[in-house]
Design a protein around this ligand. Structure first.
Ligand SMILES: *Cc1c(COP(=O)(O)O)cnc(C)c1O
Length: 395
């Protein structure tokens, strides 16, 4: 990273004056605690005792033999408490908020996964929790709304704009502005104004720290590639981070192409977006001809954010990481293939990374390995994948 929360030309703090105090307070607190041994001991304890870390690095032998080529290892973030990588970030931010004397967490959520994770951390820390969720999404994701309430959170439907994720982010930022005394905004991915992209990256970097140790133990050398899906980009940057200086390790982010990058129904930001400023950061965004944020689409609710974190935009600019589009169809095929070949039902988000790995592994030699991050488990996606295949199931 370069100075002042910039990643090359990306990142920064494009925010109203009224939000400045909140981000300055957060940055100061983070600088104070990030290398504090006591803070890190407490966080490691939460990771290990509560979230179930370290997560396994599993050699997918049947998949590897069936596809031919490189050995495929799966980083099993799906085995974490709450079933995805999001818990890493929320535990870190909740602990930081507690150290800052905050008693209330607010969060945005799209499909509800980050809202549920934040409500979980708030319950654990005995904090109040308010989650902003587009009204449209509260209808589509009724089960997650129920879970958040069960965990003690209040869910506020957002009716502005398209009443989806981007509007929930905007509403959470407004709420934070008006109430910084007792409230921490627990942002869900490596996006937003500095210092969020750095904070969230650091908490998710535990993924690549573990992968490095585990793959060296298993193979005695680094992998040829690390592959992860990209929504805002937190599981991907977490998976990449400790390999950025190892130029022999290819870093591959898989974007949701939806129905294809030549259609309007896509969420592939690097492949179809342009430079812009939104939600407090400079980065790449899906935009219409007038520079307005474009509506995005993917079968995967966790990947349909119209932007990408600034560090990914930078890694793309300098050619250190590659961002490839994966369609709904390819992801659904991988969802089904990995389920029946390995007995692992991956999140539909993670299935985007697995789909690309299925094409990529056969191009490599048998003595090479690749690591694919399974960012979450796929129980939540069974109804929509069944519907995609023309089958209606009721719960
Ligand atoms: C939220 C989510 C994602 C996308 O978020 P990133 O910040 O890009 O990691 C990916 N996979 C799962 C399982 C998720 O819940």
């Amino acid at each position: 990273m370069t100075e002042n929360g910039r990643f090359g030309i990306h990142g920064g703090q494009y925010i109203p004056e009224t939000l400045m105090n909140a981000v300055i307070e957060l940055e100061e607190a983070y600088n104070r605690y990030k290398d504090d041994p006591e803070f890190n001991r407490e966080l490691t304890d939460l990771f290990n005792q509560y979230a179930g870390r370290p997560s396994r690095l599993y050699y997918a032998e049947r998949m590897s033999e069936d596809l031919g080529g490189a050995k495929i290892y799966l980083k099993r973030e799906d085995l974490n408490h709450t079933g995805a990588h999001k818990i890493n970030n929320v535990l870190g931010q909740a602990l930081l908020a507690k150290k800052m004397g905050k008693t209330r967490l607010i969060a945005e959520t799209g499909a509800g996964q980050h809202g549920v994770a934040t409500a979980t951390a708030a319950a654990l820390f005995g904090m109040k929790c308010v989650v902003f969720m587009g009204e449209e999404d509260t209808r589509r994701q009724a089960l997650n709304v129920y879970k958040m309430k069960l965990l003690g959170a209040e869910v506020i439907p957002v009716t502005t704009g398209t009443a989806t994720l981007k509007d929930a982010v905007s509403q959470a930022m407004r709420e934070w502005t008006s109430r910084i005394s007792d409230t921490h905004y627990c942002l869900g991915s490596v996006m937003g104004p500095h210092p969020f992209p750095t904070i969230v990256r650091d908490f998710q970097a535990v993924i690549s720290k573990e992968i490095r140790e585990q793959i060296l133990e298993a193979e005695g050398k680094l992998p040829a590639a690390v592959i992860a899906c990209v929504g805002g980009g937190s599981n991907a940057i977490g998976s990449f981070y400790h390999f950025i200086d190892d130029s022999e390790v290819k870093l591959i982010g898989c974007e949701a192409a939806g129905r294809g990058i030549d259609t309007f129904e896509t969420a592939a930001t690097i492949n179809t977006g342009r430079l812009g400023i939104f939600h407090g950061m400079k980065s790449y965004f899906c935009q219409d001809a007038y520079g307005q944020i474009a509506p995005v689409y993917s079968i995967s609710a966790g990947l349909d954010y119209p932007g990408i974190g600034p560090e990914h935009a930078y890694l793309h600019d300098i050619g250190r990481a590659e961002y490839v589009p994966v369609t709904d169809e390819e992801a659904v095929d991988a969802f089904e293939y990995v389920s029946r070949t390995e007995g692992i039902i991956p999140a539909i988000e993670s299935a985007h990374a697995l789909a690309y790995a299925m094409k990529y592994a056969p191009t490599l030699a048998k003595d090479q390995s690749i690591v694919v991050t399974v960012s979450g488990r796929g129980d939540k996606d069974c109804v929509s994948v069944a519907r995609y295949r023309g089958e209606e199931i009721s719960e």
